[in-house]
Design a protein around this ligand. Structure first.
Ligand SMILES: Cc1cc2nc3c(=O)[nH]c(=O)nc-3n(C[C@H](O)[C@H](O)[C@H](O)COP(=O)(O)O)c2cc1C
Length: 189
C-alpha cells in the first residue's frame, strides 16, 4: 500500500470482525517495532502478544473505549471485540526518551498491521494492575498501553474541524474524526 494512503487510512478502529489474526502478521509487526529507532538505542520496550482466546476474553473488561461516546455506542459488544491484543511494556529503568520510543514503536505496529488490512485501537486507558497480573508481567517491567487488534468492522474517516475535536459516529456507526487544518499545526519558514 502507498505510504500516504496508509497513513491517511490507518485510523483507530473499535469494532472488529471475529476472524482470527495470524501469528505471522503479529510477529512481523512486532519484529519491525523491535528494530525501530529509540533514544540512545536503549531498547527498553518489551511486548506481550495475546492470541490465546481465553486470555483475549479476559483482557476485554480491562480496557476502556471511546471516552467521547456513550458506552452503548463506543464500547464493542461481545461479537465486536478485538481478536488479539499486544501489551507494550517499558523497563522500569528506562530513561527520559521512553515515551518517544513508545510512540514510534506503537505506530510501527499499527501501521504494519494496517498494511495487511488489520485494524487496531491504541488503548491507554487500561486497568494496569489487573492486566499486569493477567499477563504475568515481570517485576522489572510496567505495562504502558495495550493495542486491541482485529479486522475492522466499520469505516473511519477524517474530516475538518467545525466544532470541537471530539470524534463522532455517523448514521452508519462509522467513525468521523476531526483533524485540525494544516496551517493551524504547521508553520513553514
Ligand atoms: C496514546 C493513545 C491512547 C489512546 N487511548 C485510547 C483509549 O484508552 N480508548 C480508546 O477508545 N481510544 C484510545 N485512543 C485512540 C484515540 O482516541 C484516537 O487515536 C483519536 O480519537 C484519533 O482517532 P484516529 O486514531 O482515528 O486518528 C488512544 C490513542 C493514543 C494515541
Amino acid at each position: 500500500m502507498d505510504l500516504k494512503k496508509l497513513y491517511e487510512e490507518c485510523r483507530t478502529f473499535r469494532r472488529f470482525k471475529q476472524d482470527e489474526i495470524s501469528k505471522a502478521d503479529i510477529t512481523e509487526a512486532l519484529d519491525m517495532a523491535r528494530i525501530s529507532s529509540c533514544g540512545m538505542n536503549a531498547q527498553k520496550l518489551r511486548y506481550i502478544a495475546v492470541l490465546n482466546k481465553d486470555t483475549v476474553a479476559k483482557m476485554q473488561p480491562l480496557v476502556k473505549w471511546a471516552g467521547f461516546l456513550p458506552k452503548e455506542l463506543g464500547t464493542p459488544k461481545e461479537n465486536e471485540c478485538p481478536t488479539a491484543y499486544i501489551a507494550v511494556l517499558k523497563s522500569k529503568d528506562a530513561g527520559a526518551f521512553i515515551d518517544v520510543d513508545l510512540g514510534i514503536a506503537t505506530n510501527t505496529i499499527v501501521t504494519m498491521l494496517y498494511s495487511k488490512g488489520i485494524g487496531s485501537c491504541i488503548l491507554g486507558s487500561v486497568n494496569v494492575a489487573e492486566a499486569e497480573k493477567l499477563l504475568e508481567v515481570p517485576e522489572d517491567l510496567s505495562l504502558r498501553l495495550v493495542i486491541g487488534i482485529g479486522y475492522p468492522d466499520h469505516k473511519s474517516s477524517i474530516t475538518e474541524v467545525t466544532d470541537d475535536l471530539k470524534y463522532r459516529m455517523d448514521e452508519n456507526r462509522d467513525y468521523v474524526v476531526p483533524k485540525l487544518d494544516f496551517d493551524k499545526v504547521v508553520k513553514i519558514i
